[in-house]
Design a protein around this ligand. Sequence first.
Ligand SMILES: Cc1ncc(C[n+]2csc(CCOP(=O)(O)OP(=O)(O)O)c2C)c(N)n1
Ligand SMILES: [Mg+2]
Length: 331
Amino acid sequence: MKDATVNPPSLGTRSLELYKTLYTIRRAEELIIQYYPENDMKTPMHMSMGQEAIPVGVCAALRDGDQVFASYRSHATFLAKGGATDRFFAELYGRQTGTVNGKAGSMHLADPAKGHMCSSAVVATGIPVAVGAAFAHKRRGTGRLACVFFGDGAADEGAFWESLNTACVMRLPVLFVCEDNGLAVQTPAHVRQGYASLTDIISRFKCHVAAQDTTDVEAIRQTAEGAIIRMRASGQPAFLSFTCYRYLEHVGVREDFHLGYRSRDDYEAWRQRDCLTLQRARLVDAGHGEEALRSLEQDIDERLQQDVARAKVAPPPGPEELFKGVFHEKP
Ligand SMILES: Cc1ncc(C[n+]2csc(CCOP(=O)(O)OP(=O)(O)O)c2C)c(N)n1
Ligand SMILES: [Mg+2]
């Protein structure tokens, strides 16, 4: 396994911002691991840990008005697209102050004002929704694009292929981003897929395609930026696939190596190329002081602890919330 290297990266504020976002997401999930056993966060957790560089790198390439559509594994996409950490924790605790007023939990995180339009518990369902949004953007001439994150398992679904085909035929501004952790729950890709390479197949579509095996957030940002430039120039959609490794169990906050479907050795190898370690080392090499970095990390730690403390004592949604945000048509 070798990380794609990038050209001398711009090690200014952008690199620091990327690290801060990676660190915030990782620490937020470490706090979830710490507090989840108290059983006060009544929501299944699909953790992003290990995969954070993909949403962080891709979202850094998006413009503010661009929209993100996500799966249930959306802690990282939500925070990478600018979702607030206090509303994030309040949502996990099911509180009125949460980003969806405590009605969504971990699997349906959304903040449309920030462009994080939805997350969905049903595999692949965010994909056609993103294509619909891209259709609206094209018709209205907004210049925005719809970026949809999904797992390799979602690419096993008809919804993905129909959406991809529609986006290619109609030349819609959709950025498809596959977080390829090689697993659908515990089933590896080679057992599920009767073909050798997903990206080879998609290259036959009228679509820009790039695949990368990297945990380098800067490399991912550059790849996404390149794809977006090509999308804007050609009017065609793009498909990006990034290989990654989920550190924890499919759902839950623990490790699951005792189940035997994957080995701790693989995990250790991926930890060697952990996205935070990589970006932090890059900052240190570029002259960012250890002390300054530690103080920045401490500030983030404190803010997140306060978010958790506030979420714990915030009120739950009242009964009036039941019928808010519910779609219905008048007969
Ligand atoms: C339509 C549908 N089928 C099955 C499931 C059960 N299920 C939940 S997650 C999952 C695996 C999806 O794998 P992938 O898309 O690779 O995402 P990952 O969990 O690896 O991020 C399955 C089969 C579901 N939620 N929705
Ligand atoms: Mg997967």
